[in-house]
Design a protein around this ligand. Structure first.
Ligand SMILES: Cc1cc2nc3c(=O)[nH]c(=O)nc-3n(C[C@H](O)[C@H](O)[C@H](O)COP(=O)(O)O)c2cc1C
Length: 264
């Protein structure tokens, strides 16, 4: 039987291919911090820079006012029914700025090596923007147009496992570069991405409640739909977690139809 001795790429000696398979399938390979800097992720595994996405929409400044944090934490709950009122573009701007900035600050090493999160948004009802699917470009704080919005009554309902999410004015899908993540961290890279997506979901949720909106993080954004509407291939770009948001459609005492929220 062939003997595998590859201490250079794996950091431990593998004398048996079965050991390798078991390690990759179960615990995964954790690259040591010191090794990571020298890893170069091949360019074909990185996000493709699609220059055909030429229509760019500059986002307005982020909102400066919000609910106090402790109040936001207390008010946060999953809301799956949304009012018909459109969001403001400032809401979208603030949500995307907060989520991308937070991830970049927390995970600078991964981002530098090419393991980045991306945010694809499905806009159905937001003032001053055409309904559509867009990619957030954090460096320019703008949106790149991908395509028209799926019809919420037909294509939209097939995009999500629970059709109530297709009634939201806005869905933000967090995607991660699984190819780069596994090139850098081995099988452990997928868990790293899921962890970051969880933080992203939490940031989006808290930021939306802080602005007087409501929402739910959800896993049921279907991979096939993500591929069809935004070319998310599940490898260089893999759907991780979604967030649906809008004004609450749940009546609450003192604030009919707005879930008790103060609109900002
Ligand atoms: C990773 C993750 C995925 C989730 N996916 C869904 C989902 O697909 N559909 C859904 O209705 N709730 C989903 N939830 C649950 C809600 O987002 C929320 O966390 C849960 O309902 C608890 O909030 P609540 O106590 O206010 O109801 C998910 C939660 C997490 C953390």
């Amino acid at each position: 039987m062939m003997s595998y001795k590859n201490t250079q790429s794996f950091g431990f000696e593998l004398s048996n291919p079965v050991d390798l398979a078991i390690r990759l399938c179960t615990e995964g390979r954790r690259t040591a911090e010191s090794e990571r800097d020298s890893i170069e992720v091949p360019s074909y595994l990185l996000y493709s820079d699609d220059s055909s996405r030429s229509a760019r929409i500059q986002l307005p400044r982020v909102l400066g006012e919000s609910r106090p944090f402790h109040e936001t934490l207390i008010m946060r709950k999953a809301v799956r029914s949304y009012g018909t009122q459109p969001l403001r573009l400032e809401h979208v701007s603030t949500l995307l700025d907060r989520v991308a900035r937070g991830d970049a600050e927390d995970c600078a090493t991964g981002a530098r090596l090419g393991m980045r999160l991306q945010f694809v948004i499905v806009v159905w009802r937001v003032d001053n923007i055409v309904p559509g699917v867009y990619l957030y470009e954090p460096d320019e704080h703008c949106l790149s147009y991908i395509r028209q919005a799926p019809d919420p009554e037909t294509e939209g309902k097939e995009m999500v496992l629970q059709i109530e999410f297709a009634t939201a004015p806005l869905i933000i899908l967090t995607t991660g570069n699984l190819a780069a993540a596994t090139a850098i961290y081995g099988a452990w890279g997928y868990r790293q991405l899921l962890l970051r997506a969880g933080s992203a979901g939490q940031r989006l949720w808290l930021a939306s409640v802080a602005m007087g909106l409501a929402g739910t993080v959800f896993a049921g954004f279907l991979p096939r739909a993500a591929h069809e509407i935004a070319g998310i291939d599940g490898y260089r770009s893999a759907g991780l977690l979604a967030f649906a948001t809008g004004y609450s459609g749940v009546s609450a005492p003192g604030s009919p139809g707005q879930g008790g929220g103060t609109m900002i």
